[in-house]
Design a binder for this molecule. Structure first.
Ligand code: M6R
Length: 612
């Protein structure tokens, strides 16, 4: 997805902008550009490049050839118009007075464009962004006020946006504004900054302000002012970002994904630690009171991609532990199916980024229908975190690789803790049994580490199957939820066609796809379903499949059926997903590496999907 950086200060802007943009590369992009103003001459220079940021860096001699101490930069992930230099941001008004970068989508851009054409404007690109810059220019020419022109344009634009804006004839200032697209404002020792994500400005500062929907920020080299749509000034508190700058780097690993896989013991531990006090689950800090939990008669869990897979695992755990019916939904389905949300229910929205457009829309729909929302979110201050009634933060830290691993693992932990607390409040889990479960949870980090320590076997197996055309993942119950996530990990980074099936469902059609040597991964962590899934594995083996079995230590009988077996430590069966997913993450990772693919930035994908 697109990225924004802006800077105004005492130092040369272009190197700072390029360094910030390089920290946003993980979001996915296809072109990049910067605009810098030389405050001494008033000269404004725009440089763009299609493809990798490296091209822009080379074109500008690491930014040194672009003179000036204020500017805005952008990495673009094409939505309107092909990836090209012409469509790349920044975009300018015809007289080059107004320059703008934009994340998000302007839904009524066609309608606005027609109006501007009638007023004599011409357009050089296919983007919705050019409409925004020309609309601001139109109001600027009428009002001669940057603030009024941005505010008036915002009132006419429908959709989502984060803007960075400069006016040639308003020196020593840059502006930022947002609606439904993330943006933060930073203050460093030598200047002020804007960034669409924390890593973009973390090298410069840890002191940030969160700009809210329909607000505008005006930045000079040493001051930041915030305004609402009436242009009244708003006071904001500075927030200290605690992320370690190192945490946003690869830390010696070949890829972010491998680093993040290895961070899971720590991330899981931190998430448990945040909500377990004195051997009990404690949600008092997030304001989720026992009385509120006691009233819950139904839970809806909504998310996209891996977050939806967490929802599925959570459904099995919650229903088993709490006897509360749980419905799960993919956010893009939930938001358009006019869901019937019963009274005394709770909607849980799971999202790493907290900015996924469909998940955010699902949250707003739930609130419109008068149902309380619990957000399970990783990015602090993100839209879903701020708009939820209660937010259970996960403590994964910054996740850079597009394929989620540690955020997924921490989301599982958050949902186990939620299930445990709800079961206790409903009188279905004694204090003693809860303490036992907490003890099991506390053992998960070491058990994950043990699986990671044995990763070479998976690496070897992955190299054998790197050329596979198709793969299938089978499991029942929780093992089906694990299979879905294992299959997604495989397909998104290795580009191998892969499907997950509830093991009993295969014989209703899909088994016809099994041929000699098709790789089938059977997941068997649930002892009550073990024999059933073994039977399904035998069915595919007799049709030529090559079988990998993933089960717990002790189930050595699997070797009679599977051609290659992987064991994970035993745990409470409710928590099995947390262990069984690790070998499947490693399998996807090593197949991608063996194929020489761009593991952290798979094709066509973005880390944060802020468009629907
Ligand atoms: O930021 P979110 O958790 O809301 O993102 C949801 C999905 O886009 C995300 O899980 C996606 O499926 C990942 N690429 C999976 O690895």
């Amino acid at each position: 997805m697109c990225g924004i950086v802006g800077y105004i200060g005492e130092q040369q802007a272009a190197p700072i902008l390029l360094a910030g943009l390089s920290k946003l590369e993980y979001r996915g992009y296809d072109s990049a550009g910067i605009c810098v103003r030389d405050e001494s001459t008033g000269n404004v220079e725009v440089v763009k490049a299609k493809g990798r940021l490296r091209t822009l860096i080379e074109k500008t001699d690491d930014g040194h050839s672009v003179i000036g101490t204020s500017g805005i930069g952008h990495t673009r992930w094409a939505t309107h118009g092909e990836p090209s230099e012409n469509n790349a941001h920044p975009h300018c008004s015809d007289d080059k007075n107004v320059v703008l970068v934009h994340n998000g989508i302007i839904e009524n851009f066609q309608e606005l464009k027609e109006k501007l054409v009638k007023r004599g404007y011409t357009f050089y690109s296919e983007t919705d962004t050019e409409v925004a810059v020309k609309l601001i220019d139109y109001y600027y020419k009428k009002t001669e006020s940057p603030l009024t022109s941005i505010a008036t344009a915002m009132l006419h634009i429908r959709g989502s946006y984060a803007f960075g804006v400069m006016f040639k004839d308003c020196p020593n200032k840059i502006f930022a504004a947002r609606k439904d697209s993330p943006l933060i404002i930073g203050k460093s020792e030598h200047g002020t900054l804007i960034g669409s994500d924390v890593p973009a400005i973390l090298d410069q500062t840890r002191n940030v302000y969160y700009i809210d929907n329909m607000e505008i920020a005006e930045l000079t080299k040493d001051e930041i002012h915030f305004f609402n749509m009436d242009e009244d000034e708003i006071e904001k508190e500075v927030v200290q970002i605690k992320w370690d700058a190192e945490a946003a780097e690869k830390g010696g690993y070949e890829h972010f994904m491998l680093k993040e896989i290895h961070e899971q013991p720590r991330a899981v531990q931190d998430t448990i630690g945040a909500y377990v006090k004195d051997n009990a689950v404690d949600f008092s800090e997030i304001g989720l009171k026992d009385e509120e939990l006691a009233n819950i008669e139904r839970v809806y869990i909504v998310g996209c991609g891996s977050a939806y897979h967490v929802a599925m695992a959570a459904k099995y755990v919650l229903e088993d532990m709490t006897q509360v019916p749980v419905e799960i939904d993919i956010a893009s389905e939930f938001r358009y199916r006019n869901p019937i949300l019963v009274k005394n229910s709770l909607v849980v929205i799971i999202s790493q980024s907290g900015e996924t457009a469909d998940s955010l829309a699902a949250l707003r729909l739930a609130k419109e229908k008068g149902v309380a929302v619990l957000g399970v979110v990783n990015v602090v201050g993100s839209s879903i975190a701020r708009e939820s009634d209660h937010t259970l933060y996960t403590y994964a830290g910054p996740e850079i690789s597009v394929a989620t691993t540690k955020a997924y693992s921490t989301q599982l932990i958050a949902m186990y803790l939620f299930a445990m607390r709800l079961a206790q409040v409903k009188g279905l889990l004694s204090e003693e049994d809860c303490a036992k479960m907490i003890a099991e949870l506390n053992e998960l980090p070491a058990k994950i580490q043990k699986i990671l320590d044995d990763k070479e076997r998976i690496q070897w197996f992955a190299s054998k199957y790197a050329n596979a055309k198709d793969m299938f993942f089978l499991g029942r119950g929780l093992d089906y939820a694990i299979s879905l996530e294992g299959s997604l990990k495989m397909k998104e980074i290795s580009y191998i066609h892969s499907e997950a099936y509830a093991a009993g469902e295969l014989k209703h059609g899909t088994i016809s796809l099994i041929e000699d040597n098709t790789l089938v991964v059977g997941v068997l962590t649930q002892s009550n379903l073990y024999e059933k899934t073994i039977s399904n594995m035998v069915e595919v083996k007799s049709r030529g499949a090559y079988l990998m079995g993933l089960t717990t230590y002790g189930n050595y009988g699997i070797e009679d059926t599977a051609d290659f077996s992987v064991y994970v430590p035993k745990t409470d069966p409710h928590f099995a997903t947390s262990l069984a997913i690790i070998p499947l993450q490693l399998l996807g990772y090593y197949v991608s590496v063996a194929k020489g693919l761009d593991v952290d930035k798979p094709r066509n994908l973005a880390k944060s999907v802020t468009v629907e």
